[in-house]
Write a protein that binds this ligand. Structure first.
Ligand SMILES: C[S@@+](CC[C@H](N)C(=O)[O-])C[C@H]1O[C@@H](n2cnc3c(N)ncnc32)[C@H](O)[C@@H]1O
Length: 242
């Protein structure tokens, strides 16, 4: 018999997501693919039951196979469905949607009105357009209560944790783009790395536009925002080290 490890170690991206799942949650991983997240959470005894859903047959087959491999078929229910559509009656408290585009993540939340209830937590890791995800959450009654940046295979990922309370909130454009919590804490090395990448990309955008004689006023304003945050961050590190 193949020996099965008692643990499943996640990469930094999925570890950051897992860290936001609450102890004892009724957890659902939407678009699970390999099901590593629910398997990890059950093996860590953070949750007792979990749901793993995917809209496509092949990823769901992978999930079922891995769940069997770890002998967790009695604890993780794998379902072939679109988003949360098969989960209405299961009392889900914490739902993760990871590794998808920001617009698709928003569409999946939009299609599940029953998750917009007090006590519901969403943990989202968009591959693109994190600002759209933050904007959607704030507009639809979710308070953004946690942010983590994760670096995996040289790529930086935003992991966003949000709790529903029904209140509508607004962020500035910069807060939507970088995450207000990331800006306010402004101390992690990964935030510095994010700013470095933003500064470098923004400089390229400005150069390109200038070569085409386009107006760069708003782009330069955004570059100044990044530089201001970057310099504040560097100063706070220097002060800490003094
Ligand atoms: C790139 S994989 C991400 C897998 C895993 N969540 C992760 O982050 O490592 C995206 C998965 O989402 C699934 N998916 C896409 N749209 C979906 C939807 N509307 N409902 C459920 N699953 C979906 C895809 O079939 C695919 O398996």
């Amino acid at each position: 018999m193949t020996e099965i490890s008692e643990k499943l170690i996640l990469d930094d991206r999925l570890s950051a997501v897992a860290s936001f799942v609450r102890e004892g949650a009724v957890f659902a991983d939407i678009g699970t693919d390999h099901a590593y997240l629910p398997i990890h959470l059950i093996l860590e005894r953070k949750v007792e039951v979990a749901f793993a859903t995917d809209i496509n047959h092949e990823p769901l087959r992978r999930a079922v196979e891995n769940v069997k491999k770890y002998r967790l078929s009695d604890k993780i229910k794998c379902l072939l469905c679109d988003g949360f559509s098969a989960l209405k009656d299961y009392g889900i408290t914490d739902g993760a949607i990871c590794g998808m585009g920001g617009e698709l993540i928003c569409a999946i939340i939009e299609d599940a009105p029953f998750i917009k209830k007090r006590g519901m937590r969403l943990i989202l890791q968009p591959m693109t357009r994190p600002h759209e995800v933050r904007k959607y959450l704030l507009k639809h009654g979710f308070n953004i209560t946690g942010e983590k940046l994760a670096l995996t295979d040289g790529k930086l990922y935003n992991c966003i944790c949000a709790d529903y309370d029904g209140n509508i909130r607004r962020y500035s454009d910069l807060e939507l783009e970088l995450g207000k919590i990331n800006i306010d804490s402004n101390r992690t090395p990964l935030f510095l790395k994010l700013l470095e990448r933003k500064i470098s990309a923004q400089k390229k955008i400005i150069d390109g536009k200038m070569r085409s004689n386009l107006d760069v006023t708003p782009d330069q304003a955004r570059l100044r925002d990044y530089l201001r945050l970057y310099e504040n961050r560097s100063i706070s590190i220097l002060k800490k080290g003094e």
